[in-house]
Ligand binder design. Structure first.
Ligand code: TYC
Length: 115
């Protein structure tokens, strides 16, 4: 889209819209936060491994994020279009179940209010 000279992006005060040259308004896809929750039983190594596997984080980022969840109770692993967010949530749940860990993961529509 960026290399088509007939299109340009223009945002309005955080409004989720794009204005094309012919003034057609196109809504951006809604985005969803994937949130990982803390628990007392899932091993730290498993969470760190899972963050690399499912969310493609580096080893260092994964440790950092796992510790943030451990200390704060939860953290955002990423923000994605619904289908991607739903798939990642299911992958986390499936892996946790397979390894018999109580790890939980949830989805929340992104209001654009996080860093
Ligand atoms: N709190 C867990 C422990 O002490 C580790 C943990 C981190 C669990 C992050 C879940 O999402 C989680 N073993």
């Amino acid at each position: 889209m960026t290399d088509n000279p007939n299109w340009h992006e223009d945002t309005f005060d955080g409004d989720a819209q794009v204005l094309t040259e012919d003034n057609t308004k196109i809504k951006r896809p809604n985005m969803f936060k994937v949130i990982l929750l803390n628990d007392d039983y899932t091993p730290m190594e498993f969470v760190t491994w899972l963050l690399q596997k499912v969310f493609h984080k580096s080893a260092e980022e994964s440790v950092h994020l796992m510790l943030a969840v451990h200390q704060k109770g939860q953290a955002i692993c990423g923000v994605y279009p619904y289908d991607v967010a739903r798939t990642k949530t299911m992958q986390v749940r499936t892996l946790a179940e397979k390894h018999e860990h109580p790890l939980e993961c949830t989805l929340e529509e992104d209001g654009g209010d996080h860093e």
